[in-house]
Design a protein around this ligand. Structure first.
Ligand SMILES: [Fe+2]
Length: 309
């Protein structure tokens, strides 16, 4: 098997900055036949259909409320792929590594390679999501609570990465997301682009960015295939729980918390507080998922057809 990374990329500087600044590397996964059309159609047939994320969206990067969830029905994988190629569809096979043995093996290889290149890196709660999306489709401005590596496989896309601080994301906005009071998408202003790092991804490119860094993505004029690999490290877990405790302090107790470094004693105390709150069942229930409002139909404009009934 070809090594996951082209050699010689992870020098002392790259290792020091891993997760602290936006970084691009080169990988080799795009050369594997498991990402050609026939293999992707097969994956779409094997992946649990009820877990398949199906979305469409408008053109305006500010209008994140145009994000709509749909259903794929029982369309065969090959028809779904055709709908992606000709329509305006975003397919998300979240945690493909938990559902499919070959993706589980792939996840082991990817995270194993990362940990081999970054001494001291420990990853857990690993989630390898397969993204298959239409020419011109976009993902609105949002942030993810775990750390993310984006492994680009097919097509071209542009990624904007924004600093993980105000005004791009305020502490209060981050707390709302960690507390699951709101979706991961939140308000974006085109002015923010002046502060963004912009990457034009080609097959074989890998991006990593600091935890909570907002980002948005617009596909080029091609079908896009990527792997979004989320994970937690010990520091990322402490941080997410500290933010959770801040959220409780602000919402429930009317305090004005201050965020500290991941290993600051205050962060560790907040981590313990958040874990206790979760164990006591104080965790709020997650918001209702967006109700489906369309069905994938290769004959409809954008492959977005009306829901029956
Ligand atoms: Fe993301």
């Amino acid at each position: 098997m070809t090594p996951v990374f082209e050699p010689g990329q992870f020098d002392a500087l790259a290792r020091r900055d891993f997760g602290r600044a936006p970084q691009a590397f080169r990988h080799t996964l795009h050369q594997r036949s498991m990402f050609d059309d026939a293999a992707l159609a097969d994956v779409l047939d094997r992946y649990p259909r009820d877990k398949l994320g199906v979305f469409t969206m408008g053109d305006d990067p500010v209008d994140w409320r145009s994000w709509r969830r749909g259903r794929a029905g029982d369309l065969p994988g090959a028809e779904l792929l055709k709908s992606v190629a000709e329509g305006r569809i975003w397919l998300n096979l979240r945690a493909a590594n938990a559902a499919l043995e070959d993706y589980d093996a792939l996840a082991g290889e990817m995270f194993g390679a990362l940990q081999a290149e970054i001494p001291g890196l420990k990853t857990f709660r690993r989630d390898v999501g397969l993204l298959i999306s239409s020419p011109g489709a976009q993902v609105f401005y949002h942030l993810d609570v775990p750390r993310v590596t984006l492994w680009h496989i097919r097509g071209q896309k542009r990624v904007w990465l924004y600093p993980a601080r105000a005004p791009y994301v305020t502490d209060a906005a981050l707390e709302r997301i960690v507390l699951k009071e709101t979706a991961e998408q939140f308000d974006y202003m085109p002015d923010f682009d002046a502060g963004a790092a912009v990457f034009d991804l080609e097959p074989g490119d890998l991006l990593h960015w600091p935890q909570y860094a907002p980002h948005r993505i617009v596909n080029g004029d091609s079908v896009n295939v990527s792997l979004s690999c989320e994970f937690l490290s010990p520091a990322a877990l402490v941080s997410a729980n500290a933010v959770y405790a801040d959220a409780l302090a602000r919402r429930r107790w009317g305090l004005t918390p201050k965020r500290r470094g991941d290993w600051h004693p205050a962060s560790l105390a907040k981590f313990a507080l958040a874990r206790t709150a979760k164990m006591m069942g104080l965790e709020p229930s997650p918001p209702e998922p967006l109700p489906p409002s369309f069905v994938v139909d290769p004959r409809a404009p954008g492959a977005v057809g009306p829901l029956a009934g």
